[in-house]
Design a protein around this ligand. Structure first.
Ligand code: HEM
Length: 345
C-alpha cells in the first residue's frame, strides 16, 4: 500500500494550533483587540519551552552516563544542544518587545477576565527551573507556588524537583575529573588534601600574592569554595567539583579542556539569559501594570524582582571567576599532565 501523501497543514497539525485561541473577551462579548496577541505570545513561549525541554532532557540523559570522555561525541552533542537552548532563550528575551506593543489600557480591556490565571502557573517554566537545578527550598514564595497550582501540576513539578538536575549531574561530572588524583602525575604528595597538593598549594600562594590589600578577604572564600573549609550545607558544587571547574577555566587552552570549558560557559549563559528574561519581564510588568498585583495575585513587581535575584542556578560556577589570576602567573603544569591534556608541543 502506498504511503499517504504528507500535506503541510496535516503534518503541522495546524487545524489544532490555529484554532486554539479561545479568547475570554469573545466569550464575554467584550471588545479587546489585544487579547489575541496576549494569547498567541504565551502560546509561542510555551512551544519554545517545549523545545527547550526536549533539548534539556536529552542533555540530562547524556550527562547521566557514568563516564563521559572529555573529548568524545557525547560532550560535543551536549554542548551543541546547550547552544541551541541559548539561541532559543535569546529569542524569548527579544519576544518581550512584541508584548510591549500592548499598552496598559489595551490590557485593561481584558485583564480581569483571565484572573486568576497567570504565567506564574506555567508548569513548563517551573519545570525548566527545576530541571536546571532550582530546589523547592530555594524558590521565592514557595507557599504561593504550592497554593496556585492544581494538585496534579504541583505534584508533577515536585516530581521533577526530586530527580537529578543538570546542576547535580554537572557536580558528578566535575568530581570525576581525574587530573588531581593521579599519583603518576603528581608524585608522592598527599593528593586528597588541598593544603599539601603540589598544584593547589602553589596556586593558593600565587593567588594570595595576586590580591590587592582590600581583597585579602578573598582568601577565605578560596579556602571555603575550593578547600571545603566551611559548613555551608547549601552549596551544590562540592569543593572537589569546584577545583576541577576552576582548572578547566584556567587551562582551557589545552585541547582536552575545550569542550568542558564550552559546556560550563554555556550553562552560565543559560543562567544569564533566564535572568535577562526575568529582568525584561519584570520591567515590562512595571510598564504595563505599574505597582498593581498580578492576575495570579502575587505582589507583582516585588515578587518578580525577588525571584529574579534568587533563582540563579549556576552561580557557584560564576563565583569561581573571582578565584582566577592573570595567565602569566599561572603555575606551569607537569609535562606528563600536559601530554594527558592533549598538548604535544
Ligand atoms: C501583559 C503582559 C504580562 C504581564 C502584565 C505579566 C505579569 C506577571 C505577573 C504580575 C506575574 C507574577 C505572578 C502574578 O501575580 O500573576 C507574572 C509571572 C509570570 N509570567 Fe507574566 N506577565 C505578562 C506576560 C507574560 C508572558 C508573555 C509570559 C511568557 C510565557 C509570561 C510568563 C510568566 C512566568 C513564567 C511567570 C512566573 C515567573 C516566576 O515565578 O518567576 N508573562 N507575570
Amino acid at each position: 500500500m502506498s504511503k499517504k501523501e504528507v500535506y503541510y497543514k496535516d503534518y503541522l497539525q495546524l487545524d489544532k494550533i490555529l484554532n486554539a485561541q479561545d479568547l475570554e473577551s469573545d466569550k464575554a462579548g467584550v471588545d479587546a483587540h489585544d487579547e489575541m496577541l496576549f494569547v498567541i505570545i504565551h502560546q509561542a513561549y510555551e512551544l519554545w519551552f517545549k523545545q527547550i525541554h526536549y533539548e534539556l532532557d536529552s542533555i540530562v540523559d547524556l550527562m547521566s552516563k557514568p563516564t563521559i570522555n572529555d573529548n568524545d561525541q557525547t560532550l560535543q552533542v551536549v554542548v551543541h544542544r546547550s547552544r541551541r537552548i541559548i539561541e532559543i532563550l535569546k529569542l524569548l528575551v527579544d519576544q518581550i518587545n512584541v508584548m510591549e506593543t500592548m499598552t496598559s489600557l489595551d490590557f485593561l480591556d481584558f485583564r480581569d477576565l483571565l484572573r486568576p490565571a497567570s504565567g506564574f502557573q506555567s508548569i513548563q517554566w517551573k519545570e525548566l527551573e527545576a530541571k536546571l537545578g532550582l530546589l523547592f527550598e530555594e524558590r521565592h514564595g514557595k507557599e504561593y507556588y504550592v497554593s496556585q497550582l492544581r494538585p496534579e501540576d504541583r505534584d508533577h513539578v515536585k516530581g521533577v524537583e526530586r530527580t537529578a538536575s543538570l546542576l547535580d549531574l554537572l557536580n558528578q561530572w566535575l568530581e570525576r575529573m581525574p587530573y588531581f588524583e593521579d599519583g603518576k602525575l603528581w608524585g608522592d604528595a598527599d593528593l586528597t588534601d588541598i593544603d599539601s597538593h603540589p598544584f593547589w598549594s602553589n596556586y593558593r600562594t600565587k593567588y594570595e600574592n595576586s590580591l590587592l590589600e582590600i581583597e585579602k578577604g578573598n582568601l577565605k572564600m578560596f579556602d571555603s569554595v575550593l578547600g571545603g573549609k566551611d559548613d555551608d550545607t547549601k552549596r551544590r558544587l562540592s569543593a572537589k567539583a569546584c577545583r576541577s571547574a576552576l582548572f578547566i577555566y584556567l587551562y582551557r587552552g589545552y585541547p582536552l579542556l575545550h569542550l568542558p570549558y564550552e559546556l560550563m560557559v554555556s550553562l552560565l549563559e543559560i543562567d544569564e539569559l533566564m535572568a535577562s528574561w526575568r529582568m525584561r519581564h519584570v520591567n515590562m510588568v512595571f510598564r504595563i501594570i505599574g505597582g498593581r498585583v498580578g492576575t495570579g495575585n502575587s505582589t507583582g513587581r516585588g515578587y518578580l524582582k525577588a525571584a529574579l535575584d534568587k533563582h540563579y542556578v549556576f552561580s557557584e560556577l560564576a563565583i569561581l571567576n573571582g578565584l582566577m589570576m592573570p595567565r602569566k602567573d599561572l603555575p606551569e603544569l607537569p609535562k606528563s599532565l600536559e601530554i594527558a591534556l592533549g598538548f604535544m608541543g
